[in-house]
Write a protein that binds this ligand. Structure first.
Ligand code: ADP
Length: 443
């Protein structure tokens, strides 16, 4: 970019220098032409006013001194007198542009290039009282000749200007780029750097992305640490109990109990690993997710059926109510979403509690709500329950087979569905309602 700006600055400078040289030369040449013509006019009028054209010998001297050529042309175009040439060999002059003009309008002007193009002859013709035309001519450098002779000095000035422009453009580019380079070097404190206002939106986006990347990296670090910690507990327990059995330190009753513990820990490991794999699958952004029309009523009813036995074991009743609610979604994700919400509603319920799964349409939106009469979530924790491995009541979560990842998966699924939103309403000791609203129009 620096190089490009530099080159563009230079191009502009070269164009400006070229243009200035060309136009000033033209202007000067025009002034020079006017100057020569004016002096010819003065000569002509001096000759006429002094009547000296009547005595041509005087004119001859005058003309020789000032390198002038004076010609007197009769009204019929024949040459009566010429200071430079033998009039005998001269053709009729009435067709010469300046003479023609003088016959018509009283005065005429013309400039003619010499054959070699290095000289121009300036002609000024004026009609005198007797009808004849007096023409005064002078040779001067042509524009080409002026250019040629002034070329070295123009080239030197242009070269000096160019060098000056190169240095200037180097510094200008540098100062132009400084805020951008500073931004790149100090991504963390971009907002402290004063930069161009046009770059602000761009800067804000980059900064936000940068913050997201840093946040993501932290999250990943935390997640890895949490995963290791979560896996360690059941593995330690498996390892401990199996070692006891291996060393013959458990009698036959203990062996059964230890095997039960090993079984429980293995199941826990399996659930953890399943949830971790599922989360990492949902994290992969370039997956090809299939969307179709899904009736949440059917998914909810199936889920209620599937969890009935589980609920019974915990003395909780589970039911569905409501109507059809069609969404354009991934079917498997909808099953997981409702399953996870219902599973929590059962696990964090009280004895004889209820779980109500409702599906309905509200203002052209499809809604699924899972409501329980369980322990509830205190206000201060409600925001955090969607974080990975965050548990309000650790021991209850673990004892009921929770992994701390269920709601993180739910949040991910909601984020995958454009326009979908999740709402939590809960009061400690009274119960919880988690509602997912799908915007049908946006899908
Ligand atoms: P877990 O596997 O521990 O249930 P989740 O991610 O599903 O993990 O939930 C996170 C935490 O949110 C739970 O540990 C629990 O404390 C709280 N929670 C989730 N659902 C409910 C609910 N229906 N009632 C009360 N607390 C809940």
């Amino acid at each position: 970019m620096k190089k490009k700006i530099n080159i563009q600055f230079l191009l502009i400078a070269i164009l400006a220098i070229g243009f200035t040289v060309a136009t000033t030369s033209m202007v000067f040449y025009e002034l020079f032409k006017k100057e020569v013509m004016d002096s010819l006019k003065t000569y002509a009028h001096v000759i006429i006013d002094s009547d000296s054209y009547k005595n041509m010998e005087n004119d001859k001297e005058l003309s020789l001194r000032d390198e002038l050529r004076i010609t007197l042309i009769r009204p019929d175009g024949t040459v009566e007198f010429d200071t430079n040439a033998d009039i005998g060999g001269m053709d009729n002059h009435s067709t010469r542009p300046e003479v023609e003009q003088a016959f018509k309008k009283g005065e005429g002007k013309a400039i003619r290039e010499s054959k070699t193009m290095d000289k121009s002859t300036f002609y000024y013709a004026v009609q005198i009282d007797n009808g004849s035309v007096l023409r005064v001519a002078k040779e001067a450098s042509s524009i080409y000749n002026i250019y040629r002779s002034s070329f070295p000095i123009i080239a030197v000035i242009a070269a000096i200007l160019l060098v000056f422009c190169i240095i200037l453009s180097h510094f200008l580019t540098k100062s132009l780029m400084r805020p951008i380079e500073m931004m790149a070097d100090n991504m963390d404190r971009c907002s402290d750097i004063s930069t161009y206002k046009e770059l602000k939106p761009f800067l804000n986006t980059i900064q936000k992305q940068h913050e997201d990347i840093v946040k993501n990296a932290h999250m990943r670090q935390d997640f890895t640490a949490n995963v290791s910690h979560e896996l360690k507990t059941p593995l330690t327990s498996i390892s401990g109990y199996s070692e006891l059995i291996e060393n013959g330190m458990a009698d036959s009753e203990d062996v059964v109990r230890f095997a039960g513990e090993i079984h429980k820990s293995s199941n826990r490991l399996l659930s953890l690993i399943n949830d971790i794999i599922r989360l990492s699958e949902l994290d992969t952004t370039d997956r090809d997710v299939q969307y179709e029309n899904v009736n949440l009523r059917i998914t909810a009813q199936d889920c209620v059926e599937m969890l009935k036995l589980n609920a019974q074991k915990r003395k909780v009743s589970i039911k569905w109510e409501g109507e059809d609610a069609i969404v354009c979604a991934n079917k498997q994700m909808m099953e997981e979403l409702i399953y996870n919400l219902c599973d929590n509603a059962i696990r964090y319920n009280n004895e004889n509690g209820t779980v109500t799964v409702s599906t309905y349409m509200d203002d052209n939106k499809s809604v699924v709500s899972v409501k329980d009469t369980g322990i509830g979530i205190p206000k201060e924790y409600q925001e955090r329950i969607f974080e990975r491995f965050y548990r309000v009541d650790k021991s209850r979560s673990k004892s009921t087979g929770g992994t701390g990842l269920g709601l993180a998966i739910v949040k991910h699924i909601v984020a995958q569905h454009k326009g979908a939103k999740i709402y939590v309403e809960s009061e400690a000791g009274i119960g919880t309602e988690i509602k997912v609203v799908f915007d049908r129009k946006q899908m």
